[in-house]
Design a protein around this ligand. Structure first.
Ligand SMILES: Nc1nc2c(c(=O)[nH]1)N[C@H]1C(S)=C(S)[C@@H](COP(=O)(O)OP(=O)(O)OC[C@H]3O[C@@H](n4cnc5c(=O)[nH]c(N)nc54)[C@H](O)[C@@H]3O)O[C@H]1N2
Ligand SMILES: Nc1nc2c(c(=O)[nH]1)N[C@H]1C(S)=C(S)[C@@H](COP(=O)(O)OP(=O)(O)OC[C@H]3O[C@@H](n4cnc5c(=O)[nH]c(N)nc54)[C@H](O)[C@@H]3O)O[C@H]1N2
Ligand code: SF4
Ligand SMILES: [Mo]
Length: 749
């Protein structure tokens, strides 16, 4: 038995783990006290990670679909040769636009993405679709307008705040904030601090809150704009902050003062008195902080909600200090900036633009089904299970059936993998070095490069090897770089590394086309000089060097030593040797202004598109005669974790993933606990079992996220939620789905 450090891969927190392993299995899993952020914290889900590592759906060999629909085992070389040839033919006949890449990283595996993102480049395609573009692109788009880049990302210092607004998020179950349950308990215990939850359900977080605004689903835009109007009416905005740091306040003020507050609050069906109190107290608070998630991002007015939520803390000056909202720096960037007003490539059918460099999954089926010559014909899926997780499963199945080529890279035989022409089996996240890009802290941020715990299962390969081999077979990169290899192997190491980076730059200035494939080139050359098993860390030298140059002082403040020339290498070494992760920067609060990308380093508050949406609000009618319930499709509960665990035995409770329903509704439909119902939306239906639950509103029901897998190709277990979600039930602007607002009818079986 041996003891090792790693991290949990089940949600964006990626808590550090201290594990004991034996014979390819986890024997004991506890929180890692040495992890710089989680400091020993874990939740109930992490202890069961052996259900991810070892189960009957794990893939072991590359597979190819035969004409009879069955899979046949083939060799890696055969699979990659055939895929390379097909991709090159596709590119030649139809151009890069015929290719789309889907996924590229789940909750904890973003290191593979450093390599997989090279494939769309090689194909000359900009079409990358990821799960982020079905939840967070409204937020990124608004950040682009406010701060000058969609890659400017917000963090929330909930731990140090004295007045927190949780809007449409349930951190008690979903986490998403530092050591969620401890942080929530501390907030609750401290009489000097206030926690407000805005949620249609009495969520586990709402139960701990001082104030709960149990609004009607989909009405956040009304409630938040009323709060903003109240703050302005009563002159509670932070004038000094606004004049010192923001542009365009006057326009915001005039737009919001026009709002009929009483009417808007009534729409949300909450008490005007309580709303007034929350608006006043939040504005008065020393350190106010706002944290949102899917409850505002996957419901009506997604993009407007993001704008309003940000205005709440900006107008009250809750930005750029301890205990409030801040921007942060990151070493492994997950987001790009793609401003649709400048040049961007639009999709063939929807003419949709990318946000933060990614396209929305809601439109992909149409882009494939589209009859034009410019349709999407081939798709690569990596670390995602879109047939179950993206809106409209039927549309996805139909579209994927039409593809000329579907390749899936996964650790497990998923519902999407079953549809593929080729399945490429990846080593699990505990069988290769991995890292997360969800390191979103400020002023101190960290990076955790995890080392492998186990040997890769069967013939599985890590993504760095899969994609590098594919690029070599496509002749996108040469197989050998003798000069780079030689320089990398010089002694002493430091001069070799510095010389190597210079040589790499020289190569890229001579052959600019190769720059996009830096990851694989570094892996094949510098990688050979790194400790055994860590070869794929090679691109980290480039990332660390870039980061150390850009945030030199903050990196030094975190205790890393070196000059402008050498600090990057020090950081690289520190990350490679720190098994529990390491603090990479220590910013000063005023450095938040340098993270803004607007030239004048000020925040631009005026977004004309959002004022248009705001004026539409007044005209909106939420009544809906055809459907009697609103389904919030995808609740986070104690025993769900996206599609990461496939074996249903991992769950201690809720094996069927019940439908939560208010007692009054159950009575009206003549249902008791455990009754089976049929739930129908405009695109599909599913069966579910009822759990009578006072926490939901009348005429609102919920179903959990992360069920519906066909483990070992048996019957699906729990609701296949996305049979109910329509592709066009989405935000008009960003195309993010309204999963929390699915109109349905329900009847007893
Ligand atoms: N246990 C568990 N944890 C997870 C995951 C998991 O599958 N299981 N998944 C992870 C992932 S990928 C994500 S993105 C996060 C998501 O994390 P969260 O967004 O926090 O979780 P949800 O339960 O999806 O939704 C949050 C809350 O929004 C409320 N809500 C629904 N409609 C509305 C509305 O119209 N307005 C408002 N204000 N609130 C509304 C719901 O009642 C719910 O309490 O969780 C992560 N953590
Ligand atoms: N109706 C509805 N739908 C939803 C939601 C909802 O609330 N309601 N939530 C949405 C949200 S917020 C999200 S983030 C998405 C998540 O949905 P997806 O993006 O599809 O991601 P996961 O469910 O995390 O699935 C990850 C996949 O990665 C595979 N995997 C695990 N480790 C590795 C690895 O090392 N390498 C490779 N190549 N593969 C690996 C797993 O086997 C699994 O198939 O679901 C969305 N779908
Ligand atoms: S599921 Fe999230 S909060 Fe729970 S242990 Fe894993 S990373 Fe931490
Ligand atoms: Mo998510």
């Amino acid at each position: 038995m041996s003891s090792k450090k790693t991290a949990c891969i089940l949600c964006s927190r990626n808590c550090g783990l201290d594990v004991e392993i034996e014979n390819g299995k986890f024997v004991k899993i506890k929180g890692d006290e040495n992890h710089p952020i989680s400091k020993g914290y874990i939740c109930q889900k992490a202890a069961r990670l052996d259900y991810y590592q070892n189960h009957d759906d794990r893939l072991r060999y590359p597979l190819k679909k035969q004409t009879d629909g069955k899979f046949k085992r083939i060799l890696w070389d055969e699979a990659l040769d055939e895929i390379a040839e097909k991709l090159l033919t596709l590119k030649k006949q139809h151009g890069g636009k015929a290719f789309a890449f889907v996924g590229g990283g789940g909750q904890g595996n973003h290191w593979g993405g450093v390599y997989s993102r090279q494939l769309p480049y090689a194909m000359g395609s900009k079409f990358v679709y990821t799960a982020l573009a079905q939840e967070k692109t409204g937020d990124f788009w608004v950040n682009g307008r406010l701060f000058g880049s969609q890659a400017c990302h917000m963090t929330e210092d909930v731990e140090n705040s004295d007045y927190v607004l949780f809007i449409g998020t349930n951190p008690y179950q979903a986490h998403g904030i530092v050591n969620a349950r401890n942080t929530l308990r501390e907030l609750q215990k401290d009489e000097e601090r206030t926690m407000v939850v805005i949620d249609p359900r009495v969520s586990e977080t709402a139960k701990l809150a001082n104030i709960h605004l149990k609004l009607k689903p989909g009405t956040d835009a009304f409630l938040l704009s009323a709060m903003i109007s109240l703050i302005l009416q009563e002159g509670m905005h932070d004038r000094e902050f606004l004049s010192q740091h923001c542009n365009g306040f006057e326009k915001v003020e005039s737009e919001f003062l026009e709002i009929d507050v009483e009417r808007f609050v009534k729409k949300a069906d909450v008490s005007l008195e309580v709303v007034k109190q929350v608006a006043r107290d939040f504005a008065k608070a020393k350190r106010g902080c706002v944290r949102v998630d899917l409850g505002t991002q996957q419901t009506l007015h997604t993009t407007l909600n993001a704008y309003l939520e940000k205005l709440l803390y900006l107008l009250t000056g809750n930005f750029g200090r301890k205990g409030v909202n801040n921007l942060h720096s990151y070493l492994l960037p997950l987001l790009a900036n793609s401003d649709e007003r400048k040049d961007c490539v639009r999709t063939a059918k929807h003419k949709m633009f990318p946000i933060a460099g990614i396209y929305p999954p809601n439109i992909l089926p149409d882009e494939i089904m589209h009859e034009g010559d410019d349709r999407t014909r081939a798709v690569f899926v990596d670390s995602a299970n879109p047939v179950l997780t993206y809106a409209n499963s039927k549309a996805y199945e139909e579209a994927f059936n039409k593809l000329e080529l579907l390749v899936v890279v996964d650790v497990a035989m998923t519902e999407t993998a079953r549809m593929a022409d080729y399945i490429l089996p990846a080593a699990s996240q505990f069988e290769k070095p991995e890292a997360t890009g969800f390191t979103l802290e400020f002023p101190e941020n960290y990076f955790h490069f995890r080392h492998a715990l186990f040997e890769p299962l069967g013939e599985t390969l890590p993504e760095p090897e899969i994609y590098t081999r594919l690029l070599e077979k496509m002749d996108v990169i040469p197989k050998k770089f003798p000069i780079l290899e030689k320089i990398a192997s010089f002694e002493p190491k430091l001069s070799a590394r510095l010389g190597y980076l210079t040589a790499l730059q020289t190569l890229f200035s001579r052959k600019p086309n190769l720059q996009k494939f830096a990851s694989s080139i570094m892996y094949r050359t510098l990688g050979k000089t790194l400790p055994k098993g860590l070869e794929s860390a090679a691109p980290l030298l480039g990332l660390a060097t870039f980061y150390a140059n850009k945030y030199f002082k903050a990196v030094k403040r975190a205790g890393h030593q070196g000059s402008k020339r050498t600090l990057g290498n020090t950081l690289f070494e520190a990350i490679l040797s720190a098994k529990s992760g390491v603090i990479i920067c220590n910013h000063e609060y005023q450095e938040v202004w340098s993270l803004i990308k607007n030239k004048d380093k000020r925040i631009n508050l005026t977004i004309p598109e959002m004022f248009d949406e705001l004026s539409e609000l007044s005209k909106e009618d939420l009544s809906n005669d055809e459907y009697s319930f609103i389904l919030m499709a995808g609740e986070r509960r104690s025993y769900n974790a996206n599609q990461i665990y496939r074996n249903p035995e991992w769950r201690r409770i809720d094996p069927q993933g019940t439908m939560r329903m208010h007692p009054k509704d159950a009575e009206e439909l003549d249902l008791t606990n455990g009754s089976e119902v049929i739930c129908e939306s405009k695109v599909g239906s599913l069966n579910a079992f009822v759990e009578i639950d006072e926490s939901v509103r009348h005429k609102v029901v919920t179903l959990p996220n992360g069920y519906g897998m066909k483990f070992k190709d048996n019957k699906p277990i729990g609701p296949q939620l996305n049979l109910l979600t329509a592709s066009d039930n989405c935000d008009a602007f960003t195309k993010t789905p309204f999963h929390k607002y699915v109109p349905v009818n329900i009847r007893k079986v």
